[in-house]
Design a protein. Structure first.
Length: 110
């Protein structure tokens, strides 16, 4: 319990010191904005950059496409169709009870 009280005292001292040494918010705000002289210049730069971005976007969106037309979906073929042939003699019939795949392989001519 004594440690708790000591910690509270230390934090309150730290908070009081910060309040004394910290600069006022208004002075920080003035330093950050740089006064009112720079505002028209920043506004002009922002407007010009926005105009350039709008023109660039319009050029990209309105230019005709140079990509070839996509083939129709009816001409699609599976890229893995050749990996799944069903012409194996082992797949012609299912093994019977007690018969193994090894027995079936002996019957298949190679």
């Amino acid at each position: 319990m004594n440690d708790d009280r000591r910690l509270r005292e230390l934090f309150s001292e730290l908070s009081a010191r910060d309040a004394r040494e910290a600069p006022e918010f208004a002075s920080l705000l003035r330093a950050q904005t740089g006064g009112s002289r720079r505002r028209p210049r920043r506004l002009a730069i922002s407007v010009s950059l926005g105009t350039v971005a709008a023109v660039a976007t319009a050029v990209v969106l309105l230019r005709p496409s140079t990509r070839p037309a996509a083939p129709p979906i009816s001409s699609w073929t599976s890229p893995t169709a050749s990996l799944l042939p069903l012409s194996s003699p082992l797949l012609d019939r299912a093994p019977k009870l007690g018969e193994t795949w090894l027995d079936l392989e002996k019957e298949v001519p190679r």
